[in-house]
Design a binder for this molecule. Structure first.
Ligand code: CDP
Ligand code: MG
Length: 714
């Protein structure tokens, strides 16, 4: 299988210009053949007919299968071929992660021999790759929720597959509840229609008399089909889904798994990046052929290990240099995402640096070694304090098992766990569903917009805690999204629900149009939506700090980000005469020189143009505050008043909303020169609680601009 893929991808790389037409056809032909062979070899291939029958028989079906057995890429194709897209209906497949939606759609388009966006497409926030001819549509779970706002019965879909349901993202959980009621509503309306039809056909005369009407009726009838719902999951526990869907049928797909040797460390590893790096090179220099998969916690960590690998390689003798590092994480630009699937050049070993996206959502061939530091970055929300933070926490036993399993897909493998065996024993059995540990204001706003007013009464697969619901409702109320009786406010609440952003950012944009600084706020929100704009390599800390200072604004990090964005604008505008490639190359060079993460900045630029379009459509006025930066800072205070903090005598800060003691993150412009009062955007917990992205404000602005909170709190 791996070899087949190898041939496929190296042929894609061959210089097309040198190929004759005949050769090119042959090339495409052999590519199709290799793909067809690969498809046939997947565990799911032998049960295709049975699966289709199961879907035909049951309106709700749960499919559980080993990762890599072909669920995500194959099932939609089986259903398409079995005629589930009659009447122009769509098969929708949701994924918790953007990268999975994109890479799988690309793969399936290739397998079907069509261009992406034709029969097979994807749609994720800020990126739509579908057309009127799309029938198999991959998307994020969050995006389908948004679609429901416009089309409450999801009438364009004949089948919806909720994939990776075991991940239990908050979007998946809410989607399951919504789909349950949509399925119900569609069956009911179909039954009603059926009853009327029966009555009418019994009355022959009437039907003849109403010839035209009868025809209309028939059309209407054909347009409505029951919604087929398929829940797919990699973990073995289908019970919870089955129970939730009133005892729905569950089928298991037998996978293949080779033995994997597990190794633990003897000591506790304090720096898991260093430990990962050491293990990569230990495997590379001492073990037989096979690719390495390393699980890291985020883009920043991945990029720093990527740089370290490259540096270390330079020091190795020539014959040990054959190692290539590739990375995959959610905000990787889509044109770079497919690189992880391409095999390394002959004789080279590939090391894949991934977030936990590679745990179950994305399967990469050729992996024989897995390095598992046992950590994951997750959002945690403390409803008592109203604080959400990004924390690196230990994974669960189930996750550790999934990770090691990645090494044994194509043959026996090895997994290096960078923790001790008794640490493993202390891991939770499974991961807590996100809905139990996240801020719910986003999802509550969407449910309200969908007409679900009684949030506690919503049929959640697992109910969030009452205190989390209450706190989030309170937050939405303070942001002006809800009225006194907890209904969506007009226009603010409705406008906020329309924007594909966290409520607090949506509110900032709406306020900014009143404060005449929407131009600056659009840039700020876009820049805050990506992981990290600046980076500082370990060996160039001083240099990167000095460079960063050239962008720094005395007002704070938000305007610093605006400065970076505008500098990149200026740079690109000056080179508007260049070809796209040359411009892009120059852009990357400029970013590198300035210690800016070019991928993040590119992503932020894309997000910017999307949300700019969104606010323009809403009729908000995009203007700049020009030199009046105070106006912008006041707008930040009015928007992020829930995240205000006051300096303490010893130099730390006290968050005003909850009394939490926090420190300024070293990346902030205020790390050394601390203002009395500031607002912040993010709380990151490592060895201490850090606040990131801060701007200096005047304490008195809070009572003036957010009296709904500070007048009461005094
Ligand atoms: O969903 P499930 O984990 O069951 O498997 P899948 O994602 O459908 O993957 C089936 C096969 O397709 C695996 O062997 C993957 O390596 C391959 N695949 C690929 O080569 N490139 C992709 N972009 C996606 C899948
Ligand atoms: Mg899958």
């Amino acid at each position: 299988m791996a070899q087949g893929q190898g041939r496929l991808n190296s042929s894609t790389k061959s210089p097309k210009g040198n190929l004759s037409d005949g050769n090119r056809k042959l090339d495409a032909f052999s590519k199709r053949q290799t793909l067809a062979q690969h498809r046939k070899s997947l565990p799911i291939a032998s049960v295709d007919k049975r699966l289709v029958e199961e879907v035909q028989k049951h309106d709700t079906l749960i499919i559980v299968g080993e990762t890599g057995s072909g669920k995500t890429t194959q099932l939609p194709q089986f259903l398409y071929n079995a005629g589930f897209c009659g009447d122009g209906k769509l098969i929708g497949i949701t994924q918790p992660r953007r990268v999975a939606a994109v890479t799988v759609a690309k793969r399936v388009a290739e397998e079907c021999g069509v261009n992406l966006g034709e029969k097979v497409g994807y749609s994720i926030r800020f990126e739509d790759m579908t057309s009127s001819s799309t029938r198999i549509k991959y998307m994020t779970d969050g995006l389908l929720l948004r679609e429901a706002l416009l089309d409450p019965h999801l009438s364009r879909y004949s089948v919806i597959i909720v994939d990776e349901a075991h991940e239990r993202t908050v979007h998946t959980d809410v989607l399951l509840g919504l789909l349950k009621s949509v399925q119900d509503a569609r069956s009911k309306s179909l039954n009603n229609l059926q009853n009327t039809k029966n009555k009418k056909t019994n009355n022959d005369i009437q039907l003849k008399e109403n010839g035209a009407q009868g025809l209309n009726f028939l059309k209407q009838y054909q347009g409505r089909t029951p919604l087929k719902l398929i829940i797919m999951s990699a973990s073995l526990d289908a019970r919870i889904f089955s129970e939730y869907f009133s005892g729905a049928r569950a089928v298991h797909i037998q996978g293949r798994q080779f033995p994997v040797d597990i190794f633990y460390t003897l000591h506790v590893e304090n720096d898991y990046l260093d430990a990962s790096l050491a293990t990569i090179f230990q495997i590379h220099l001492e073990e037989g052929p096979g690719d390495i998969l390393v699980f890291l916690t985020g883009q920043e960590e991945i990029e720093s290990v990527e740089r370290l690998v490259k540096e270390r390689l330079k020091q190795l003798p020539e014959n040990s240099k054959k190692l290539v590092a590739v990375s995959i994480f959610s905000s990787l630009p889509s044109e770079q995402q497919m690189r992880v699937f391409a095999p390394a050049p002959p004789g080279f070993r590939k090391v894949i640096l991934a977030t936990n996206i590679a745990e179950t959502s994305v399967t990469i061939s050729g992996i024989k070694y897995v390095i598992d530091p046992g950590l994951v970055k997750a959002r945690y929300y403390d409803p008592n304090k109203g604080l959400e933070s990004l924390v690196v926490v230990p994974i669960s036993k189930a996750q550790a098992l999934q990770r090691s399993g990645r090494a044994g897909r194509e043959g026996p493998g090895k997994c290096f766990r960078l923790y001790q065996e008794d640490q493993f024993g202390k891991f939770e059995d499974s991961t807590k569903p996100e809905i139990k540990r996240c801020n719910l204001s986003n999802i509550i706003l969407q449910l309200k917009a969908l007409g679900v007013d009684d949030i506690s009464g919503f049929d959640f697969i697992e109910k969030p805690t009452r205190s989390a619901i209450v706190k989030s409702l309170e937050q939405l109320f303070l942001l002006g999204a809800l009225t006194d009786d907890c209904k969506l406010s007009n226009p603010v609440g409705r406008q906020m629900a329309c924007l594909p952003l966290d409520p607090i950012y949506s509110k900032a944009l709406i306020l900014a149009s009143e404060f005449n600084c929407l131009e600056e706020m659009l840039i700020t929100v876009a820049m805050l939506s990506v992981e990290s704009i600046f980076y500082s390599p370990r060996d160039k800390k001083e240099e990167s700090r000095t460079t960063k200072k050239s962008f720094a604004s005395p007002e704070g990090d938000h305007l610093t980000l605006v400065n970076v964005y505008r500098a990149s604008n200026e740079f690109l505008e000056k080179r508007s005469g260049l070809s796209k490639e040359k411009r892009e190359k120059a852009f990357r060079k400029w970013c590198k020189e300035n210690f800016i993460d070019s991928r993040s900045l590119r992503h932020a630029r894309d997000i910017h143009s999307q949300i700019r379009r969104n606010v323009e459509q809403m009729g908000l006025r995009v203007a700049s505050c020009g030199d009046d930066v105070l106006q912008f800072c006041r707008c930040l205070a009015a928007s992020f008043f829930l995240n205000a903090a006051l300096k303490q005598p010893e130099g730390s800060y006290r968050a005003l909303a909850n009394g939490e003691i926090v420190s300024i993150h070293p990346s902030s412009v205020f790390f050394k020169n601390k203002p009395e009062c500031l607002i912040f955007n993010e709380l990151v917990e490592t060895n201490r609680k850090y606040i990131r992205n801060t701007t200096k404000i005047d304490y008195l602005w809070l009572t003036e601009l957010a009296p709904q909170f500070y007048a009461v709190q005094n």
